[in-house]
Design a protein around this ligand. Structure first.
Ligand SMILES: NC(=O)c1ccc[n+]([C@@H]2O[C@H](COP(=O)([O-])OP(=O)(O)OC[C@H]3O[C@@H](n4cnc5c(N)ncnc54)[C@H](OP(=O)(O)O)[C@@H]3O)[C@@H](O)[C@H]2O)c1
Length: 309
Protein backbone atom coordinates (compact mmCIF):
# COMPACT_ATOMS: atom_id res chain seq x y z
CA UNK A 1 0.00 0.00 0.00
CA UNK A 2 1.42 3.36 -0.97
CA UNK A 3 0.98 6.50 1.09
CA UNK A 4 -1.34 8.94 -0.71
CA UNK A 5 0.49 12.19 -1.41
CA UNK A 6 -1.92 14.84 -2.70
CA UNK A 7 -5.13 13.09 -1.84
CA UNK A 8 -8.03 13.65 -4.23
CA UNK A 9 -11.54 12.35 -3.61
CA UNK A 10 -12.12 12.62 -7.37
CA UNK A 11 -9.47 9.97 -7.94
CA UNK A 12 -11.38 7.38 -5.93
CA UNK A 13 -13.65 5.02 -7.87
CA UNK A 14 -17.31 5.68 -8.54
CA UNK A 15 -19.73 3.75 -6.34
CA UNK A 16 -22.76 3.56 -8.63
CA UNK A 17 -24.86 0.49 -7.89
CA UNK A 18 -23.22 -0.15 -4.52
CA UNK A 19 -24.74 -0.06 -1.05
CA UNK A 20 -22.94 1.46 1.94
CA UNK A 21 -24.20 1.28 5.52
CA UNK A 22 -22.67 3.89 7.82
CA UNK A 23 -23.43 3.90 11.53
CA UNK A 24 -23.67 7.27 13.26
CA UNK A 25 -23.85 9.19 9.99
CA UNK A 26 -26.15 12.02 11.10
CA UNK A 27 -23.27 14.22 12.23
CA UNK A 28 -19.49 14.45 12.56
CA UNK A 29 -17.22 12.24 10.52
CA UNK A 30 -19.88 9.72 9.52
CA UNK A 31 -21.94 12.53 8.02
CA UNK A 32 -19.05 13.47 5.73
CA UNK A 33 -18.51 9.83 4.74
CA UNK A 34 -22.22 9.62 3.88
CA UNK A 35 -21.98 12.84 1.85
CA UNK A 36 -18.88 11.71 -0.06
CA UNK A 37 -20.16 8.21 -0.78
CA UNK A 38 -23.52 9.59 -1.93
CA UNK A 39 -21.65 12.00 -4.21
CA UNK A 40 -19.79 8.98 -5.62
CA UNK A 41 -23.14 7.41 -6.49
CA UNK A 42 -23.52 4.85 -3.70
CA UNK A 43 -26.83 4.18 -2.03
CA UNK A 44 -26.10 5.19 1.57
CA UNK A 45 -27.98 3.60 4.42
CA UNK A 46 -27.73 5.98 7.34
CA UNK A 47 -27.88 3.77 10.44
CA UNK A 48 -28.62 6.21 13.23
CA UNK A 49 -30.31 6.20 16.61
CA UNK A 50 -32.30 9.42 16.04
CA UNK A 51 -34.57 9.49 13.00
CA UNK A 52 -35.01 13.25 13.37
CA UNK A 53 -31.27 13.88 13.35
CA UNK A 54 -30.77 11.44 10.49
CA UNK A 55 -33.49 13.05 8.39
CA UNK A 56 -31.95 16.48 9.04
CA UNK A 57 -28.60 15.14 7.84
CA UNK A 58 -30.23 13.58 4.77
CA UNK A 59 -31.70 16.97 3.90
CA UNK A 60 -28.31 18.65 4.25
CA UNK A 61 -26.66 16.05 2.02
CA UNK A 62 -29.53 16.22 -0.47
CA UNK A 63 -29.08 19.98 -0.75
CA UNK A 64 -25.46 19.50 -1.86
CA UNK A 65 -25.78 16.20 -3.73
CA UNK A 66 -29.07 16.47 -5.67
CA UNK A 67 -29.13 12.80 -6.77
CA UNK A 68 -28.13 11.44 -3.37
CA UNK A 69 -29.69 8.04 -2.74
CA UNK A 70 -30.13 7.97 1.04
CA UNK A 71 -32.07 5.72 3.34
CA UNK A 72 -32.66 5.88 7.07
CA UNK A 73 -32.17 2.79 9.21
CA UNK A 74 -33.04 2.95 12.91
CA UNK A 75 -29.98 1.62 14.75
CA UNK A 76 -29.00 2.18 18.34
CA UNK A 77 -25.60 0.51 18.58
CA UNK A 78 -25.69 0.45 22.37
CA UNK A 79 -28.48 -2.13 22.44
CA UNK A 80 -28.14 -5.67 21.11
CA UNK A 81 -31.88 -5.89 20.61
CA UNK A 82 -31.89 -2.66 18.60
CA UNK A 83 -29.00 -3.93 16.47
CA UNK A 84 -30.92 -7.17 15.79
CA UNK A 85 -33.96 -5.09 14.71
CA UNK A 86 -31.79 -2.94 12.45
CA UNK A 87 -30.31 -6.05 10.85
CA UNK A 88 -33.78 -7.51 10.28
CA UNK A 89 -34.95 -4.28 8.66
CA UNK A 90 -31.87 -3.99 6.48
CA UNK A 91 -32.16 -7.58 5.32
CA UNK A 92 -35.85 -7.12 4.53
CA UNK A 93 -34.99 -4.27 2.16
CA UNK A 94 -31.62 -5.31 0.70
CA UNK A 95 -30.09 -8.43 -0.79
CA UNK A 96 -26.53 -7.29 -0.43
CA UNK A 97 -24.19 -4.85 1.26
CA UNK A 98 -20.90 -3.63 -0.20
CA UNK A 99 -19.54 -1.32 2.51
CA UNK A 100 -20.12 -1.57 6.24
CA UNK A 101 -18.64 1.45 8.01
CA UNK A 102 -18.64 1.01 11.77
CA UNK A 103 -18.30 4.66 12.69
CA UNK A 104 -20.81 5.46 15.46
CA UNK A 105 -19.25 6.31 18.77
CA UNK A 106 -19.47 8.17 22.01
CA UNK A 107 -16.46 9.62 23.74
CA UNK A 108 -15.37 10.15 27.32
CA UNK A 109 -18.89 9.76 28.67
CA UNK A 110 -19.91 9.40 32.34
CA UNK A 111 -20.58 5.85 33.51
CA UNK A 112 -23.80 4.23 32.41
CA UNK A 113 -24.85 0.62 32.07
CA UNK A 114 -26.89 -0.45 29.04
CA UNK A 115 -29.90 -2.78 29.10
CA UNK A 116 -27.49 -5.59 28.17
CA UNK A 117 -25.38 -4.84 31.25
CA UNK A 118 -22.49 -3.37 29.25
CA UNK A 119 -20.58 -0.17 29.97
CA UNK A 120 -22.07 2.23 27.43
CA UNK A 121 -18.95 3.38 25.56
CA UNK A 122 -17.90 -0.22 24.96
CA UNK A 123 -21.52 -1.01 24.08
CA UNK A 124 -21.95 1.64 21.38
CA UNK A 125 -18.39 1.74 20.10
CA UNK A 126 -17.59 -1.96 20.11
CA UNK A 127 -20.10 -4.66 21.17
CA UNK A 128 -22.94 -3.33 18.99
CA UNK A 129 -20.68 -3.11 15.96
CA UNK A 130 -19.41 -6.64 16.56
CA UNK A 131 -22.98 -7.94 16.42
CA UNK A 132 -23.83 -5.77 13.40
CA UNK A 133 -20.85 -7.09 11.47
CA UNK A 134 -21.46 -10.74 12.34
CA UNK A 135 -25.10 -10.36 11.31
CA UNK A 136 -24.51 -8.69 7.94
CA UNK A 137 -21.29 -10.16 6.61
CA UNK A 138 -23.11 -13.01 4.86
CA UNK A 139 -24.85 -10.52 2.55
CA UNK A 140 -21.54 -8.93 1.53
CA UNK A 141 -20.31 -10.15 -1.89
CA UNK A 142 -17.10 -12.19 -1.66
CA UNK A 143 -14.88 -9.54 -3.24
CA UNK A 144 -12.08 -7.18 -2.25
CA UNK A 145 -14.51 -4.36 -3.07
CA UNK A 146 -16.58 -5.46 -0.08
CA UNK A 147 -15.17 -3.78 3.00
CA UNK A 148 -15.82 -3.71 6.72
CA UNK A 149 -14.26 -0.51 8.08
CA UNK A 150 -13.89 0.03 11.82
CA UNK A 151 -13.16 3.56 13.02
CA UNK A 152 -10.51 3.48 15.73
CA UNK A 153 -8.47 6.31 17.22
CA UNK A 154 -5.05 7.50 18.32
CA UNK A 155 -6.56 6.74 21.74
CA UNK A 156 -6.00 3.01 21.08
CA UNK A 157 -2.35 3.56 21.96
CA UNK A 158 -2.85 5.74 25.01
CA UNK A 159 -3.27 4.75 28.64
CA UNK A 160 -3.45 1.12 29.72
CA UNK A 161 -3.17 -0.27 26.16
CA UNK A 162 -4.98 -3.44 27.10
CA UNK A 163 -8.43 -4.92 27.37
CA UNK A 164 -9.62 -5.16 30.99
CA UNK A 165 -10.80 -8.73 30.79
CA UNK A 166 -11.10 -8.93 34.59
CA UNK A 167 -13.56 -6.00 34.67
CA UNK A 168 -14.82 -5.78 31.11
CA UNK A 169 -17.92 -3.76 32.04
CA UNK A 170 -15.99 -1.28 34.19
CA UNK A 171 -18.02 -2.09 37.31
CA UNK A 172 -15.12 -1.78 39.75
CA UNK A 173 -13.32 1.48 39.03
CA UNK A 174 -14.63 3.58 36.16
CA UNK A 175 -12.52 5.85 34.00
CA UNK A 176 -14.39 7.60 31.18
CA UNK A 177 -11.13 8.14 29.28
CA UNK A 178 -9.97 4.59 30.00
CA UNK A 179 -13.21 3.04 28.76
CA UNK A 180 -13.09 5.14 25.59
CA UNK A 181 -9.48 4.14 24.92
CA UNK A 182 -10.32 0.51 25.49
CA UNK A 183 -13.28 0.66 23.12
CA UNK A 184 -11.09 2.06 20.37
CA UNK A 185 -8.38 -0.54 21.02
CA UNK A 186 -11.10 -3.19 20.76
CA UNK A 187 -12.18 -1.75 17.38
CA UNK A 188 -8.65 -2.04 16.00
CA UNK A 189 -8.06 -5.53 17.45
CA UNK A 190 -11.37 -6.50 15.85
CA UNK A 191 -10.21 -5.19 12.46
CA UNK A 192 -7.07 -7.31 12.54
CA UNK A 193 -8.76 -10.41 13.97
CA UNK A 194 -11.58 -10.20 11.44
CA UNK A 195 -8.97 -9.90 8.69
CA UNK A 196 -7.24 -13.09 9.94
CA UNK A 197 -10.53 -14.96 10.12
CA UNK A 198 -11.69 -13.83 6.68
CA UNK A 199 -8.41 -14.96 5.15
CA UNK A 200 -8.52 -18.27 7.01
CA UNK A 201 -12.02 -18.84 5.62
CA UNK A 202 -10.76 -18.08 2.10
CA UNK A 203 -12.90 -14.94 1.80
CA UNK A 204 -11.94 -11.88 -0.26
CA UNK A 205 -13.94 -9.34 1.78
CA UNK A 206 -11.54 -6.85 3.37
CA UNK A 207 -11.47 -5.81 7.02
CA UNK A 208 -9.80 -2.40 7.28
CA UNK A 209 -9.27 0.14 10.07
CA UNK A 210 -9.14 3.91 10.08
CA UNK A 211 -8.72 6.80 12.47
CA UNK A 212 -9.44 10.49 11.85
CA UNK A 213 -6.64 12.04 13.89
CA UNK A 214 -8.16 14.88 15.88
CA UNK A 215 -11.24 16.82 14.80
CA UNK A 216 -13.79 18.98 16.52
CA UNK A 217 -17.07 17.14 16.20
CA UNK A 218 -19.82 16.40 18.72
CA UNK A 219 -17.74 13.57 20.19
CA UNK A 220 -16.75 15.66 23.22
CA UNK A 221 -20.32 16.61 24.06
CA UNK A 222 -20.02 15.13 27.59
CA UNK A 223 -16.84 17.04 28.41
CA UNK A 224 -16.91 20.01 30.83
CA UNK A 225 -17.37 23.39 29.09
CA UNK A 226 -13.89 24.61 30.03
CA UNK A 227 -12.29 21.56 28.42
CA UNK A 228 -14.36 22.11 25.28
CA UNK A 229 -13.26 25.75 25.09
CA UNK A 230 -9.61 24.85 25.65
CA UNK A 231 -9.84 22.20 22.96
CA UNK A 232 -11.52 24.53 20.51
CA UNK A 233 -9.38 27.64 20.94
CA UNK A 234 -6.02 26.50 22.32
CA UNK A 235 -5.18 22.88 21.51
CA UNK A 236 -7.42 22.35 18.49
CA UNK A 237 -5.91 24.92 16.13
CA UNK A 238 -2.48 23.39 16.72
CA UNK A 239 -3.30 19.76 16.09
CA UNK A 240 -6.75 19.23 14.60
CA UNK A 241 -8.36 19.37 11.17
CA UNK A 242 -11.91 19.88 9.97
CA UNK A 243 -14.34 16.93 9.99
CA UNK A 244 -14.61 16.85 6.18
CA UNK A 245 -10.86 16.21 6.05
CA UNK A 246 -10.74 14.00 9.16
CA UNK A 247 -13.31 11.67 7.59
CA UNK A 248 -11.06 10.89 4.61
CA UNK A 249 -9.02 8.01 6.12
CA UNK A 250 -12.30 6.11 6.49
CA UNK A 251 -13.31 6.96 2.91
CA UNK A 252 -9.92 5.76 1.67
CA UNK A 253 -10.23 2.54 3.70
CA UNK A 254 -13.71 1.97 2.26
CA UNK A 255 -13.10 2.60 -1.44
CA UNK A 256 -9.37 3.10 -1.99
CA UNK A 257 -8.18 0.94 -4.90
CA UNK A 258 -4.93 -0.27 -3.29
CA UNK A 259 -6.36 -1.23 0.09
CA UNK A 260 -5.53 -4.61 1.61
CA UNK A 261 -7.12 -6.49 4.47
CA UNK A 262 -5.68 -5.43 7.84
CA UNK A 263 -4.59 -2.01 6.55
CA UNK A 264 -5.04 0.95 8.88
CA UNK A 265 -5.43 4.51 7.59
CA UNK A 266 -5.05 7.87 9.30
CA UNK A 267 -3.78 11.41 8.73
CA UNK A 268 -0.20 11.85 7.62
CA UNK A 269 1.35 14.58 9.77
CA UNK A 270 3.97 13.52 12.32
CA UNK A 271 1.59 12.77 15.15
CA UNK A 272 -1.15 11.49 12.79
CA UNK A 273 -3.45 14.23 14.14
CA UNK A 274 -4.19 15.90 10.81
CA UNK A 275 -3.33 15.91 7.13
CA UNK A 276 -4.02 13.87 4.04
CA UNK A 277 -4.95 10.23 4.60
CA UNK A 278 -2.47 7.40 4.28
CA UNK A 279 -1.02 4.46 6.14
CA UNK A 280 -1.22 4.82 9.95
CA UNK A 281 0.65 3.26 12.83
CA UNK A 282 -0.83 0.31 14.69
CA UNK A 283 0.52 0.07 18.23
CA UNK A 284 1.78 -3.37 19.25
CA UNK A 285 -0.97 -3.54 21.89
CA UNK A 286 -3.49 -3.93 19.06
CA UNK A 287 -1.41 -6.73 17.55
CA UNK A 288 -1.52 -8.95 20.62
CA UNK A 289 -2.99 -12.05 18.98
CA UNK A 290 -3.77 -13.82 22.25
CA UNK A 291 -5.75 -10.84 23.51
CA UNK A 292 -7.49 -10.47 20.15
CA UNK A 293 -8.59 -14.11 20.18
CA UNK A 294 -9.81 -13.75 23.76
CA UNK A 295 -11.70 -10.56 22.86
CA UNK A 296 -13.27 -12.27 19.86
CA UNK A 297 -14.42 -15.25 21.93
CA UNK A 298 -15.84 -12.95 24.60
CA UNK A 299 -17.59 -10.89 21.92
CA UNK A 300 -19.19 -14.01 20.46
CA UNK A 301 -20.42 -14.93 23.93
CA UNK A 302 -21.72 -11.46 24.84
CA UNK A 303 -23.18 -10.53 21.46
CA UNK A 304 -24.48 -14.03 20.80
CA UNK A 305 -23.21 -14.11 17.21
CA UNK A 306 -20.17 -15.29 15.25
CA UNK A 307 -19.01 -15.37 11.65
CA UNK A 308 -21.41 -17.54 9.63
CA UNK A 309 -18.55 -19.33 7.80
N1 LIG B 1 -13.52 13.51 16.46
C1 LIG B 1 -12.35 12.99 16.76
O1 LIG B 1 -11.36 13.70 17.02
C2 LIG B 1 -12.18 11.51 16.76
C3 LIG B 1 -10.91 10.99 17.05
C4 LIG B 1 -10.71 9.63 17.04
C5 LIG B 1 -11.75 8.78 16.72
N2 LIG B 1 -12.98 9.29 16.48
C6 LIG B 1 -14.07 8.33 16.19
O2 LIG B 1 -14.81 8.75 15.06
C7 LIG B 1 -16.12 8.22 15.13
C8 LIG B 1 -17.12 9.31 14.83
O3 LIG B 1 -17.04 10.28 15.86
P1 LIG B 1 -17.28 11.82 15.61
O4 LIG B 1 -16.04 12.50 16.01
O5 LIG B 1 -17.87 12.06 14.29
O6 LIG B 1 -18.36 12.12 16.77
P2 LIG B 1 -19.83 12.74 16.72
O7 LIG B 1 -19.85 13.99 15.97
O8 LIG B 1 -20.28 12.75 18.14
O9 LIG B 1 -20.65 11.65 15.91
C9 LIG B 1 -20.87 10.40 16.49
C10 LIG B 1 -22.02 9.70 15.78
O10 LIG B 1 -22.24 8.44 16.43
C11 LIG B 1 -23.61 8.37 16.77
N3 LIG B 1 -23.85 7.53 17.92
C12 LIG B 1 -23.41 7.67 19.19
N4 LIG B 1 -23.90 6.70 19.96
C13 LIG B 1 -24.68 5.94 19.16
C14 LIG B 1 -25.48 4.79 19.37
N5 LIG B 1 -25.62 4.23 20.57
N6 LIG B 1 -26.15 4.26 18.32
C15 LIG B 1 -26.06 4.84 17.11
N7 LIG B 1 -25.33 5.93 16.85
C16 LIG B 1 -24.66 6.47 17.87
C17 LIG B 1 -24.03 9.81 17.03
O11 LIG B 1 -25.43 9.90 16.97
P3 LIG B 1 -26.22 11.05 17.79
O12 LIG B 1 -26.02 12.32 17.03
O13 LIG B 1 -27.64 10.57 17.80
O14 LIG B 1 -25.62 11.09 19.16
C18 LIG B 1 -23.33 10.48 15.88
O15 LIG B 1 -24.04 10.28 14.70
C19 LIG B 1 -16.27 7.62 16.53
O16 LIG B 1 -16.13 6.21 16.44
C20 LIG B 1 -15.09 8.20 17.28
O17 LIG B 1 -14.64 7.35 18.32
C21 LIG B 1 -13.23 10.62 16.48
Amino acid sequence: METAMAFEIDALPDQEGRVALITGSNTGLGFHNAHDLAAKGAKVVMACRSEERARGAMERIGAEVPNADLEFLAADLSSLEAVRSAVAEFRANHDSLDLLINNAGIGIAPYAKTADGFERQMAANYWGHFLLTMSLIDVMPDSAHSRVVAVSSLAHKQGAKEIRFDDIHWEQKYSSVGAYRQSKLACLMFTLELDHRLRAAGKSILSVGSHPGVSETELGRSLPKVVKLLTRYVVGPLISHDPDKASLPTLLAAIGPDVEGGDYYGPQNKGETRGDPGEAGIHQCAQDEEAATRLWELSVELAGADLPF
